[in-house]
Design a protein around this ligand. Structure first.
Ligand code: CU
Length: 150
């Protein structure tokens, strides 16, 4: 009787340790596991054309997010991940490109040729982001998209 009870307690402890290890690697804030389970994906595929961005999802859970740029246009495009509360089409523009402060410039996929596909996997905290193509004139021509991290 006493032996079985002790084994039972150890089993519970082992499970708790496993759960803690899993949760900690994703996000230390409470509720992150729940968010990760509710959101269907932490992978965003952005399709670029002249001149638009489209994505399979615009909401992802906080943590490591894989952002793939698929250039389905006929000229090179790029992708910048910008942390901002400003609307996707309202970023300040200077000399034909969006003027992004370094602190808000989270990650970037540089000039990607037509037909190509490339990914980055930044750690994103909760908040509002904008994905843009910042090749001169492309941002202003409509290559921008909101991304919400929750
Ligand atoms: Cu572009």
């Amino acid at each position: 009787m006493r032996v079985t009870r002790r084994l039972g307690a150890m089993g519970v402890l082992a499970l708790a340790a496993l759960a803690a290890a899993c949760g900690g690697s994703v996000d230390d804030e409470g509720g992150a596991d729940e968010a990760a389970q509710q959101a269907s994906t932490n992978a965003v595929t952005v399709t670029a054309r002249e001149f638009s961005f489209e994505a399979n999802t615009q909401t992802v859970p906080a943590g490591k997010v894989t952002i793939t740029l698929h250039n389905r246009g006929s000229i090179p495009h790029d992708l910048s991940v910008v942390r901002t509360d400003v609307a996707p089409d309202k970023l300040p523009v200077k000399d034909g490109v969006a003027d992004i402060p370094e602190s808000k410039d989270i990650d970037r996929i540089h000039q990607l040729r037509a037909g190509a596909r490339r990914s980055v996997s930044p750690e994103l905290t909760r908040g509002a982001y904008v994905l843009i193509c910042n090749i001169p004139a492309h941002y202003q021509s409509g290559m921008h998209l909101a991304l919400t991290v929750e």
